[in-house]
Ligand binder design. Structure first.
Ligand code: SF4
Length: 158
């Protein structure tokens, strides 16, 4: 069962999209230096089709993407809800998944997603905007994973 602690409308997590980011709890990854330790607890509001409908009805007109942040304990449920968002919106709404796993489950249906982030958080390597990061953000195009991590790098103009 998926549960979420909170949600936010964010602008940087998925390139060029206004994203409803749903912060899922029950994270099994135990990254050292975890930036959101409360997401490791099994607590929060159940995320199912009904609660997702409420979020989509409330915020669907203001966002272009729904991103599931976490959910690694129940990847098939994340996949199913991503597929539900696609069907419900006729494909208008993009879907993303921020996983903390280094690789996808073997049977993951890529076609349910437009973007997938992979990789645990490793404090000294930093997040997606760090040149040293181990994490990767992929755009899914016809079943192919295209690495777009470089789009997160900060560009400094002197
Ligand atoms: S995946 Fe995220 S929430 Fe889970 S332990 Fe790692 S940093 Fe924390």
């Amino acid at each position: 069962m998926l549960q979420f602690a909170s949600y936010d409308i964010v602008f940087q997590e998925i390139p060029n999209e206004i994203t409803l980011a749903i912060n899922l709890t029950g994270c099994p990854n135990s990254c050292k230096g975890c930036h959101s330790p409360h997401l490791m607890e099994n607590a929060g509001t159940v995320l199912d089709r009904d609660s997702l409908d409420v979020l989509l009805d409330t915020y669907g007109g203001a966002v272009t993407c729904v991103c599931f942040m976490g959910g690694d304990a129940s990847p098939k449920e994340v996949e199913a809800l991503a597929g539900y968002v696609r069907n419900k919106t006729g494909g208008r709404m993009k879907t993303g998944w921020y996983s903390g796993k280094p690789a996808l489950p073997k049977d993951c249906l890529l076609e349910h997603f437009d973007y997938i982030k992979l990789g645990p958080y490793i404090e000294h390597l930093g997040g997606l905007d760090s040149a040293a990061t181990n994490q990767r953000l992929y755009r899914i195009d016809n079943g192919t994973m295209i690495d777009e991590t470089s789009r997160f790098r900060k560009v400094y103009v002197y």
